[in-house]
Design a protein around this ligand. Structure first.
Ligand code: GLA
Length: 395
């Protein structure tokens, strides 16, 4: 795949022109996201606090008169096509299946779909836990809605995206995990310079101003442990087992008193998993309060505590994530740092004062020395969630 640094609207328009020899009718841009607080809480009906980033997935689109969807990916240098009026079949798991899966999910609900030509471009780093796939799903759903003349709320988009992940992409997959809905929700509903507090119980969300004078840094460890998916599934099973023992339908409904009383009936590992979920939900709400109260130092401290809970109680961190967060905390501009997402590799996130000129060099140098790996560090600003931009007033 070609590496891309900055992507502009004009590049997307040019990309479309180059491939299709005409101008696109409209553009859709959807940012990636990073989770600032609340991990492994989403599939337990808990709270998460993500923000969008300034890197995005883009499509330049032109409507066709038939049902053919023809998409050229500039980054993968490949074109794929299918017909929304024909039978949709799942092929291999490639980027293209996310788009086809969106058509499938909409057709299941009888939305009218139309064919289109599109170029797909993006600068969300892939495999770094920044939700490039959720951004692609949101982009695709917005394209279909724009052409079909129907509206989808951010919550509709999130639920459709979850169906794509769990039902279309999960088809024939050995993985039994059910992915949450928050990635698609933040990519669709995110706002400039704000984080979203999402209640995964009912998908209600509230935008909160990010602290002035701070910036979020995504610290990609460049480490990926192959056990990550198996561990993700195991954690879901352990949480479900805990629900049975505690007599609740979801850990959202469990309390500290229930956990204390149930401790003797559960393996120590299951006890610690629940302790993480309960404490992480409290921390996530406290972090939201810290945003409202404009106390970024409190926010940072909660990030550190969250990391330790994920490390010791939920046991989804790893040497590289512990190392990079510990180095980040050693820099004077860092308010707090934690792993983010599934864990066992992938990325961490740190909250920094904006005047942290040497932070990237400092963390890169020490991380390289201690692990032998080259991290990828991105400073992020929150940008608007998925949007359609018409170019000529007429598609
Ligand atoms: C993955 C999933 C999310 C969430 C995180 C852990 O990134 O896609 O839905 O469960 O793990 O917080």
């Amino acid at each position: 795949m070609k590496k891309r640094e900055i992507l502009t609207k004009n590049e997307v328009i040019e990309g479309f022109r180059e491939h299709f020899k005409v101008a696109p009718g409209f553009l859709v841009r959807t940012p990636g996201r990073v989770n600032l607080m609340g991990d492994h809480t989403d599939y337990n009906g808990g709270f998460v606090l993500p923000m969008t980033i300034d890197k995005a997935v883009w499509m330049g689109v032109r409507q066709r008169g038939d049902g053919v969807v023809r998409i050229y990916s500039v980054d993968y240098e490949g074109e794929c096509r299918f017909d929304v009026h024909g039978e949709l079949k799942k092929d291999q798991n490639t980027w293209f299946e996310y788009i086809k899966g969106c058509a499938w999910a909409l057709l299941q609900k009888n939305f009218p779909l139309s064919g289109f030509d599109a170029v797909l471009m993006g600068d969300v780093p892939q495999g770094s836990g920044l939700s490039s796939s959720a951004a692609l799903e949101v982009t695709s759903l917005l394209v279909f809605a724009e052409l079909g003349g129907f509206e989808l709320s951010a919550t509709d988009i999130a639920r459709l995206g979850q169906e794509v992940e769990n039902q279309w992409l999960g088809l024939g997959s050995k993985l039994e995990s059910k992915f949450g809905v928050t990635d698609q929700l933040i990519c669709a509903a995110g706002q400039a310079d704000k984080a979203l507090l999402i209640d995964c119980n009912d998908l209600e969300y509230r935008p909160l101003d990010l602290p002035e004078g701070t910036v979020a840094a995504v610290l990609d460890t460049a480490a990926h442990h192959s056990v990550a998916s198996a561990v993700y599934n195991e954690r879901q099973e352990q949480c479900q087992a805990a629900c049975k023992i505690l007599g609740v339908s979801s850990l959202r409904n469990a309390t500290q008193e229930m956990l204390d009383a149930g401790k003797k009936n559960m393996p120590d590992a299951v006890f610690r998993r629940v302790r993480h979920i309960l404490s992480e939900n409290l921390r996530t709400r406290a972090a939201a309060a810290a945003l409202r109260e404009k106390t970024p130092d409190v926010f940072g401290k909660l990030m550190d505590e969250s990391h330790f809970s994920l490390q010791y109680d939920f046991e989804v961190s790893c040497f590289e994530l512990d190392t990079i967060t510990s180095i980040a905390r050693g820099h004077s501009a860092c308010l707090g740092a934690r792993m983010t997402g599934k864990g066992l590799g992938g990325s961490a996130v740190a909250l920094l004062y904006t005047e942290a000129d040497d932070f990237t060099d400092y963390v890169s140098k020490h991380y390289r020395q201690q692990t032998g790996r080259f991290p990828n560090i991105t400073l992020c600003r929150a940008t608007e969630g998925g949007r359609v931009e018409k170019l000529q007033g007429k598609i």
